[in-house]
Design a protein around this ligand. Sequence first.
Ligand code: IMP
Ligand code: MG
Length: 191
Amino acid sequence: VIQHIVTIIQTINKEEFMKDKIKVLITKEEINYRIKEIACDINREYYGEDVVLVCVLNGAVYFAVDLSKELTDCNVIMDFVKISSYGVNARKSSGNIDFKLDIRTDIKDKNVIIIEDIIDSGNTLSYLYDYLLEKCPKSLKICVLLDKKERREKEVNVSYVGFSVDDKFVLGYGLDYDEGYRNLTYIGYIE
Ligand code: IMP
Ligand code: MG
């Protein structure tokens, strides 16, 4: 009987792991190429200077790490915030900001670039931008891998954008579905 129950549970778990149903939206080659292009712009703009990358956990971590490795012409300092405007399991922004972890770096008079996986409603980045601005950085910019323009509620000035995407739920390369699938090397979607 126990073995029977175990088999049933295993079957259910397999069905929930829906990797086969994921369609590729942006390949890992496209991501890598675009990251090099963005890095080129940042290298030129901050040539020989210190840059603090403020990575928004958890989603932006893959993007931030890969981008930072291409920033060969500036001195990169990495720090992290954990913030989101999402409720648990919700696929839509709630507008409520949940601030769980703050940076430790003193960013006063420093060049700062916020690194985020995706801008959707804009609630998260609009809040974070204003919050960091109060710490009087020398400069403050935003870099996102993906931009879901259609869904914007708050106007946010984004300096670097990887790709514009349509209004569909995307996952992979840092973006999660229920905390899973972040480790996909590409960006996909489920129909
Ligand atoms: P915003 O505050 O509405 O701009 O939400 C941005 C945050 O929502 C991002 O940091 C993501 O974590 C999450 N998010 C928005 N759209 C998606 C999506 O399509 N897939 C996964 N996460 C998403
Ligand atoms: Mg996120």
